[in-house]
Design a protein around this ligand. Structure first.
Ligand code: LMR
Length: 370
């Protein structure tokens, strides 16, 4: 069985860093992968060179690379769709203008998904404003369960882990269960204290609230600010948006969601459609929560105790997302109360599309609902 993976904005910097991770087996193990690269006509030339390079890498699992400017071709029976292509924010552009331009793009992406994608397609939105782009796409693709969509906050999650590890002088891998709440924007709430812990050398799990007890000012001010503004800082330093780290986070998010799942008791941050009012957050927006992944599905981890400080931070990012939702709905002419009130489970029954066991024992859970 071949996994059909479509990538929009494939000729960009993120695409260039992401393609080897998709083609090499890093994400999908030894399952065969067919890549569909979607771009605007002006970028097809450079994409042709990227295709040559992919072929020259001789990735054993890569069966085909298709370049197209037509989403209906790229998404036809696609199992996984990664939406990186969008209108980037330009100097002087208000957030409202960004929403307007991208709502049009993501409305047409959603319509194409609705028309031709596999009924169990999994969609990861990377292009900004990622949460609301994801909401727009899933609003249009009513045939596809809302649980099959998410927007990328794994990048922010990794940034938060990196900041804490550096501060504590420990390995980034020992930092677990930090959470990015809300929007992939400067209102996001990177939260070390509600559920985060550090795995000590002897395996003991020490809550970050204990480890940072004497550094609480940092954990509630600079840490939050630095993670919220890390994307901007990278742009200022590099003159370009993050690409390597965004691609790595995209690959890791897909791998965790669809292939490995999360380890017992561990969570990652994913921006998902909130149809349950998790943590009292308004329903109908795509909001980043702590999630566990099993069998190709995400589950919001409930029950974390939130302080008044945290609750206030959640309210701020929720308010921004509600505003973005209202703007997007106005543009696509849907009523927020009418859309996608029911979430359908993805992996409840049926047969797996691709379950080839691999050396690393990875199987891709793209279970059909049919
Ligand atoms: C990032 O977080 O690095 C990007 O979303 C920033 C951007 O605006 O491209």
């Amino acid at each position: 069985m071949v996994i059909r993976v479509a990538l929009s904005g494939a000729a960009g910097n993120i695409g260039y860093a992401l393609l080897p991770l998709l083609a090499s087996g890093y994400v999908f193990g030894s399952n065969a992968v067919e890549l569909r690269l979607l771009e605007i006509p002006q970028a097809v030339g450079s994409l042709t060179g990227t295709k040559m390079e992919l072929m020259d890498c001789s990735f054993p699992c890569l069966t085909d690379v298709i370049i197209t400017t037509d989403p209906l071709v790229a998404f036809n029976n696609a199992d996984v769709i990664i939406l990186v292509g969008g209108m980037p924010r330009r100097k002087g552009m208000a957030r409202k203008d960004l929403i307007q331009a991208n709502t049009k793009i993501f409305s047409s992406m959603g319509q194409a998904i609705e028309e031709v994608a596999s009924s169990n397609v999994k969609v990861l939105v990377v292009a900004n404003p990622a949460n609301t782009n994801c909401l727009v796409a899933l609003t249009e693709a009513t045939r596809i369960p809302t649980k099959n969509f998410c927007a990328l906050t794994y990048l922010d999650h990794q940034r938060a882990k990196g900041q804490i590890a550096t501060r504590l002088g420990v390995s980034t891998n020992s930092i677990k269960n930090v959470t990015i709440w809300g929007n992939h924007s400067e209102t996001q709430y990177p939260d070390a204290l509600s559920g985060g812990y550090c795995v000590a050398k002897d395996g003991t799990k020490v809550p970050l609230s204990e480890m940072l007890a004497n550094d609480i000012d940092w954990a509630t001010t600079d840490f939050i600010y630095d993670v919220q503004n890390r994307g901007k800082a990278v742009i200022e330093a590099r003159g370009l948006s993050s690409a390597m780290s965004a691609a790595q986070a995209t690959a890791d998010c897909l791998r965790t969601w669809l292939v490995t799942g999360t380890k017992t008791g561990e969570t990652v941050s994913m921006a998902v459609y909130n149809d349950q009012g998790y943590y009292g957050v308004k329903e109908g927006i795509v909001f980043s929560f702590p999630c566990e992944c099993r069998n190709g599905e995400w589950f919001v981890k409930e029950g974390l105790q939130l302080s008044d400080f945290s609750r206030n931070k959640l309210n701020i990012t929720e308010a921004e997302l509600v505003e973005e939702m209202a703007a997007a709905h106005e543009l696509i002419g849907t009523s927020p109360v009418k859309i996608r009130t029911v979430s359908m489970s993805t992996c409840s029954s049926g047969s797996s599309l691709a379950t080839t066991a691999t050396e690393s024992d990875m199987s891709v859970c793209l279970t059909s609902r049919m």
